[in-house]
Design a protein around this ligand. Sequence first.
Ligand code: TMP
Length: 222
Amino acid sequence: MNPATTPATTSATTSATTQPTRDARFITFEGIDGAGKSSHIDFVASLLTARGVQVVTTREPGGTALGEQLRTLLLHQAMHLDTEALLMFASRREHLAQVIEPALARGDWVISDRFTDATFAYQGGGRHLSIDRLAQLEAWVHPHLQPDLTLLFDVPLAVARARLDNNGQLDKFEQEQSTFFADVRNEYLRRAAQFPQRFRIIDSTRPMDEVRRQLTTIVGAE
Ligand code: TMP
């Protein structure tokens, strides 16, 4: 199921041949708007489900009833940039409490379409808010949790822009100029270099089957 249309969902297999479930993992999908990450979430979830893993797919901002309301505001309402950052973390706090932490405690794997790296990239890189201040909010909201694996779908700006322009109505972020997305992309790439143990960069200009092969290899190692 596509987390772009719903709050968190759970899927699993229960057959007698199911492999023992490995320790819970937290996997995040990241990338600039138009990078094509969301189309691969169902694929990765199905890979895991076939292995007998219980998977929760979810998204940010959103993932809870309150979070989805905040998402509507965040994507469509003009607001102070600090308010935007604070609401991203407010949505995240609720998401952690209601969805992510309980799922991981059950031993489920969680796949989230965006998490805190997006706040560093968009509000830090794109909006130029202080990275230190965002790090303080991160330390407040989830001091002890980081994704185990972050899949960064990377594309040149022109490719992302062309995909967005074919996509109909654009939200507040999607309407930003290319300099904004250049800054967002640079911050993502900077974080990938800073945290190489959890980031994997996916060249999202490659054909779908090639990207899927790469994802199969990466997720298979988890
Ligand atoms: P989506 O289109 O991938 O669902 O993401 C919604 C938009 O929200 C996208 O333009 C990125 C933006 N965003 C932020 O600016 N900061 C954040 O912390 C998150 C999670 C998303």
